[in-house]
Write a protein of this length. Structure first.
Length: 566
């Protein structure tokens, strides 16, 4: 249950209670206000969902556990959603979105197509915060065992199988069976089931200040509830002869089965293979007794941190040139985590740390890059460039000796800038599919891209100086994109206009657009960008402004008829 779905008061009270009894509360997918970091209001478990709400470097390093959310627990098979009337100024700030604009949690396939992609995200998070354990939340559906086995092989430290045990009243009634909802009841929830309407009369599932003032819950209410739970659990354990949970792990011999009563589906089920208790020597543990090796020892970032130590401590500017290979994954993330631990989300002054690489970068180049760090790459990069960009600057261009046209060739892989919250990125070439998915505040220039660009984007600015694939702007609710449509078919063939309007660039945007392209040229020496600026009067009319309906609504701008841009 995230901040946003429930009130600030309810969310923080749960966190305080769990911290006082040595437990862990979970942020949910709504992020966490930085004012809670370092206090007993801090949630120890920080969730990283497909929506990436509030997932910054500073958020990630302020966690004991990072939980990758692969599915809705109380709503199996359903997506999460926060209606616009519940997105006030504070929630929008925390989630890096726009007040009044509804927020949708996209399904996880936007960056996780396979177990290998999940393994990469686990590696990314472990780089940012090596001290945290990484868990993956799955849902109790058919076949989950096979998925869980893959998740374990992907180096998750914990696999959480979530059933039908929680959720707010926004979940279907059939999805709420008790345990995780019970702490809310202890705080005063009366199950009015008005959670999605923002009219909770007891101040729990609402953002209305007048209703939030009615909240009467205290940490002691939750603590007392868990003491009763603990007492009952100890009674059950004593009946079975156990003194600790560690003793219970793997003891399938303590499980019993009941008869199926001749049910035609269940009567022939044989559970003996699942409940088999193998005889094993005592030296083989049945539970986790040692931490696994996440392979961080080979990370290039150790070298980067060594070079940048004086910069991190004292703000001394440095500029270093290094080669890079595609075995170097998640470059910049561990460095950024160190900066965030020292300086928080403020980071360092722009360009304090500048690394110039040459070669082919591995996956997640510049992931979660912190403010004050610039990574420049002469070469190319794999998938997930700039994932979770957090104020840093990325510059990628082909080898200076290359003879091909950059705008006609792939420079970076798929899913670049997924969940970026701030910073800049300049790409002198084409990107793959799902460029800037869920961009929540970064500014980027690219010279062409594949399908599904700017999908689910909530804030930020994207400029495209070349051809686009199909389904551009699907689910886009905020931010602005400017697309150079030389063929004049962008609106008809390339853009998903269900959520956006397409307009000529208005007079008040011209200077901004010119400035962004000019910065791109200065950073990358882009021939394409330079040519556009040199022919500005002819090229400007060919740009299309992509303007989300929801963003217009909260700005009070009336929607216009679609305008064909030649």
């Amino acid at each position: 249950m995230s901040y946003g779905s429930i009130s600030k008061e309810a969310h923080e009270t749960l966190a305080i209670a769990m911290n006082r009894i040595g437990g862990k509360s979970n942020t949910g997918e709504g992020g966490e206000d930085e004012a809670r970091f370092g206090t007993e209001r801090r949630s120890a478990v920080k969730q990283v969902a497909s929506a990436r709400f509030g997932v910054t470097t500073n958020y990630l390093i302020n966690a004991d556990e990072l939980q990758i959310k692969m599915a809705q627990g109380a709503k199996p098979g359903e997506g999460g959603q926060l209606p616009g009337h519940k997105v006030d100024e504070t929630i929008a700030r925390v989630r890096h979105s726009i007040p009044g604009v509804g927020l949708i949690s996209p399904p996880p396939h936007h960056d996780i197509y396979s177990i290998e992609d999940l393994a990469q995200l686990i590696y990314d998070l472990k780089n940012v915060n090596p001290r945290a354990r990484i868990s993956v939340k799955l849902v109790a559906e058919v076949g989950v065992g096979t998925v869980a086995a893959g998740v374990a092989k992907a180096h998750a430290d914990v696999v959480l199988i979530s059933g039908d045990s929680g959720g707010t009243g926004a979940s279907p009634l059939s999805s709420i069976k008790g345990f995780s909802t019970a702490p809310l009841v202890a705080l005063g929830c009366i199950m009015m089931r008005k959670c999605h309407l923002n009219t909770c009369p007891v101040g729990i599932a609402t953002q209305d200040p007048a209703l939030r003032a009615k909240f009467q819950g205290t940490p002691e209410n939750v603590i007392n509830f868990f003491f009763f739970i603990a007492e009952q659990v100890r009674q059950y354990m004593a009946q079975m002869g156990f003194r600790s949970f560690d003793e219970m792990v793997g003891r399938v011999d303590m499980l019993d089965t009941r008869q199926a009563n001749e049910h035609w589906k269940a009567k022939d089920i044989d559970l003996s293979a699942i409940l088999y208790y193998p005889e094993m020597p005592s030296r083989i543990a049945r539970r986790c007794v040692q931490a696994q090796d996440h392979g961080l020892s080979e990370a290039l970032d150790y070298k980067l941190i060594e070079f940048a130590r004086d910069s991190i401590d004292n703000g001394t500017p440095i500029e270093i040139k290094l080669p890079i290979r595609n075995v170097h994954r998640t470059v910049g993330a561990m460095l950024s985590g160190e900066i965030a631990r020292r300086h928080g989300s403020a980071g360092l002054p722009d360009d304090t740390i500048r690394f110039q690489f040459s070669g082919s970068a591995g996956q997640s180049f510049g992931a979660f890059l912190a403010k004050g760090v610039t990574l420049e790459l002469e070469g190319d990069a794999n998938d997930y460039v700039g994932k979770g960009l957090s104020g840093g600057r990325l510059i990628v261009y082909p080898p200076r000796t290359a003879t091909f046209q950059p705008e006609e060739n792939i420079l970076i892989g798929n899913v670049a800038l997924y969940g970026a919250t701030s910073g800049e990125a300049f790409f002198n070439g084409m990107a793959g599919e799902r460029f800037a998915v869920r961009n929540s505040g970064a500014r980027a220039v690219v010279e062409g891209l594949g399908d599904h660009g700017c999908e689910y984007m909530t804030r930020g600015t994207v400029v495209v100086l070349g051809k686009c694939g199909r389904n551009f702007a699907a689910g886009m609710s905020g931010g602005i994109a400017y697309v150079l449509d030389e063929k004049g078919d962008f609106g008809e063939k390339r853009c998903n206009t269900a959520a956006v309007d397409l307009e000529p660039v208005p007079a008040e945007d011209i200077d901004l657009l010119y400035s962004i392209i000019n910065h791109h040229v200065e950073a990358t020496a882009s021939v394409r960008g330079k040519w556009v600026l040199e022919n500005w009067e002819n090229m400007l009319p060919k740009f299309v402004k992509v303007f989300p309906h929801e963003y217009k609504r909260v700005l009070g701008i009336a929607r216009q008829q679609q305008v064909a841009v030649a």
